[in-house]
Design a protein around this ligand. Structure first.
Ligand code: FAD
Length: 420
């Protein structure tokens, strides 16, 4: 290993490509390494929303309380893949512990607030720097509620958003129907975020970042990481190379950004990332009769309706599963039922369906920054529902840390070393 060797970023999803761009701008020679084409895994098919006002971690008492009821309903917003249950139990126990600990919830809230402020700045800068303007639209966003009780459950979130200075307006059902024509008459309330931003094609965001990275001198390499070389015979605290199937690549530093598979790599490096696949689905339908141009979410159903360049995308819900399990396509069928319930008469024939694996740690906080006990390994994984939103911020933070800057204390909750 020498200072001339590149920083190797493992994983070319949104987390890895955004980190590669930030490191490149900081003056490093960078190799972006993936076993597949950039952007073809989970970053391909998300709902496309920059969720900059998600300020409370999902691991909290209110979510935990709803879990048993949600799990009884196979068609509900949260389910689990039954054969995966034994594999999931330790993760679920950790999730329960994190949710019930006020100190842990606070750490998550502090980290999210700091990350969201950084993300706002980071996306504006990246959109400009990488010429992504045509892929993003600021048309607002609308959350819709089917009962007053569901709306009242948003008190805590709205309080935090008010403190942060988020612009939003609570609207009546009728006003919600004006903002999103076609919305069902049974919607009683909405929250309108006039500054909400979404992308019309999350895959093209990653692909364009990767193209710009290569055009600016970055190297994109195809290969599955199998191991790491360390300094010294007994494995020092510096990684000197990355092994792929038929090659050993010298590395000045390494960034682990391999989404759900990151835990397999951290194990090789001697630290833990207890990630599950929080599977979500999308269905693309022909944009028949779509007269709204902003993302609309009924949060109680755990999904978004996002107008995209190739049609209307219905994306979301959660199915906890062990890795490498076959998809449960009935979850995609359910998305079409949700469309009929919330937007009767909107959307035409199904064009495609997709499954993705959100990389989720049990405390619903990402892992960002230097790895424990290793001098030159950095992490950007575990972004769960917020990977698109937080990718550019995570990349910039890693680049700054590599330059010797300490991360803000509010980000302690995202320390990759917290699982040992
Ligand atoms: C239905 C759904 C809706 C969503 N909506 C939103 C949204 O609106 N807003 C938002 O912010 N987020 C959203 N998300 C979350 C977001 O999509 C994810 O958090 C994000 O895509 C994760 O990106 P990633 O780069 O970490 O992982 P990935 O995109 O999965 O990329 C990981 C990459 O690592 C590579 N890799 C893995 N192992 C190895 C190895 N050993 N060697 C080499 N390469 C390897 C893989 O091939 C892959 O390309 C949604 C997710 C889903 C499923």
């Amino acid at each position: 290993m020498s200072d001339q060797d590149p920083v190797i970023v493992v994983g070319a999803g949104i987390a890895g490509t955004a980190a590669a761009r930030a490191l490149q701008r900081a003056g490093h020679s960078v190799t972006l390494l993936d076993s597949a084409e950039p952007g073809r895994a989970t970053s391909y098919g998300n709902a496309g929303f920059l969720s900059l006002d998600s300020l409370i971690p999902l691991a909290r008492p209110a979510t935990l309380k709803k879990v048993p009821q949600m799990l009884m309903d196979r068609d509900g917003p949260l389910t689990l893949h039954p054969p995966s249950l034994p594999w999931l139990l330790p993760w679920m126990a950790r999730f329960a512990r994190a949710s019930l600990s006020p100190a842990e919830v606070q750490k998550g809230t502090d980290a999210l607030k700091a990350l969201m402020l950084e993300a706002d700045v980071a996306w504006k800068a990246e959109i400009q720097a990488s010429g992504l303007g045509e892929l993003f639209q600021t048309r607002g966003a609308l959350y819709v509620y089917e009962s007053e009780a569901a709306f009242l459950g948003t008190d805590e979130m709205r309080g935090l958003q008010m403190n942060k200075g988020t612009e939003f307006e609570v609207v009546s059902g009728d006003r919600a129907r004006e903002l999103a024509p076609g919305l069902s008459p049974h919607i009683v309330r909405g929250i309108h975020y006039p500054n909400g931003t979404h992308t019309i094609n999350p895959y093209r965001v990653v692909a364009t970042l990767a193209e710009r990275f290569a055009a600016d001198g970055g190297t994109i390499l195809r290969g599955r990481v199998r191991g790491f070389g360390r300094e010294g015979a007994n494995g020092g605290n510096r990684v000197t190379s990355v092994q792929i199937t038929d090659q050993t690549l010298p590395a000045k530093a390494v960034v682990i950004a391999a989404g759900r598979a990151s835990g397999e790599l951290t194990r090789l490096l001697g630290f833990n990332a207890p990630l599950v696949a929080e599977r979500g689905y999308h269905v693309m339908v022909a944009p028949d009769n779509v007269r709204f141009d902003l993302p609309v979410s009924p949060p109680e159903r755990g999904l978004f309706f996002t107008p995209m360049e190739e049609g209307l995308r219905i994306a979301g819900t959660v199915e906890l599963a062990a890795p490498h399990q076959p998809p449960s396509w009935h979850r995609a069928d359910l998305l079409l039922k949700h469309l009929k319930a919330i937007f009767p008469g909107v959307g035409g024939a199904e064009q495609s369906r997709w499954i993705g694996e959100r990389p989720t740690l049990p405390d619903y906080r990402p892992a960002i920054g230097r790895a424990p006990r290793l001098a030159n390994v950095y992490c950007s994984y575990g972004h769960q529902h917020l990977g698109l939103t937080l990718a550019t911020a995570s990349g910039r933070l890693i680049a700054r840390q590599m330059e010797g800057e300490a991360l803000a204390s509010a980000l302690a909750g995202a320390d990759p070393g917290r699982f040992g």
